[in-house]
Design a protein around this ligand. Structure first.
Ligand SMILES: C[S@@+](CC[C@H](N)C(=O)[O-])C[C@H]1O[C@@H](n2cnc3c(N)ncnc32)[C@H](O)[C@@H]1O
Length: 230
């Protein structure tokens, strides 16, 4: 199968899956709580923005972090490629702006004081990482902050998944994990590659911390970035 066609289908299926399978119950599972490290980073970014400032929550899902932003007196715009997830976010926080747009298509130009993109970059194909990072950088004003998480999983797991997917004839690259029957896709880039993409996008690293996920099978790299002031 040709890779470009396969990726288009993976993205279409993901949008449908988040709309129909996850949106109705996300808040009862992983979206229902915020672990201390995510909370610390998000709160730090929000408090760093000026009172009344604007925060973009890119790939916001059901708006898990909207409450933190709004309670601090900042405005929030949430974007997502799943209209089902966005509908839940808008229901819970009518005062937030929500827009149905993918990370790859974000149109904003220096409109926000800060951008957060949490637990979503694992859905982004390697080909799209530079585009998405450029979009996040452009969305924030010069001098503004960008917080993102990068999901990580042990290398032996990635080696096994790659072997299994290639045996099925799928046009994967190393680091991609595809659930059987196309029920899910994650990409785990090498952290050095992430650093190179970040530098290539013209973003400076302010802080970085690895913290465990909910179980031993994965962790998150929490990365705080800044768009240079000039
Ligand atoms: C695990 S949820 C995280 C949602 C929210 N950031 C949070 O932390 O609760 C992943 C979200 O990413 C969204 N997503 C996946 N791929 C996307 C893309 N290419 N552009 C925009 N949103 C995307 C999904 O629709 C889903 O809402």
């Amino acid at each position: 199968m040709e890779r470009a066609t396969w990726l288009r289908e993976i993205r279409r299926a993901a949008e449908e899956r988040w709309d129909t399978r996850y949106a109705p119950s996300y808040d009862e599972h992983e979206g229902g709580s915020i672990d201390p490290v995510h909370r610390r980073f998000v709160t730090g970014v929000v408090e760093w923005t000026p009172p009344g400032g604007r925060v973009l929550d890119a790939a916001c899902g059901t708006g898990r972090f909207f409450g933190i932003v709004l309670a601090a007196g900042r405005a929030v715009t949430g974007t997502d490629q799943s209209s089902g997830m966005l509908a839940r976010a808008a229901e819970k926080h009518p005062e937030a702006v929500t827009e149905h747009v993918g990370l790859q298509e974000l149109p904003y130009d220096a409109e926000f004081d800060a951008v957060i993109c949490v637990d979503a970059m694992e859905n982004v194909f390697p080909e799209d990482w530079p585009v998405v990072l450029a979009n996040l950088r452009r969305a924030v004003r010069p001098g503004g902050e960008v917080y993102l998480t990068v999901e990580r999983t042990p290398e032996p797991v990635l080696i096994g998944s790659f072997a299994e997917a290639t045996a099925q004839g799928l046009p994967v690259v190393h680091g991609e994990m595809v659930a059987r029957g196309g029920a899910g896709y994650h990409y785990y880039p090498p952290i050095g590659q992430v650093g190179a993409w970040i530098a290539g996008a013209g973003l400076d690293v302010v802080a970085e911390e690895e913290a465990p996920g909910e179980d031993d099978s994965y962790s998150y790299e929490h990365i705080l970035l800044r768009r240079p002031a000039s």
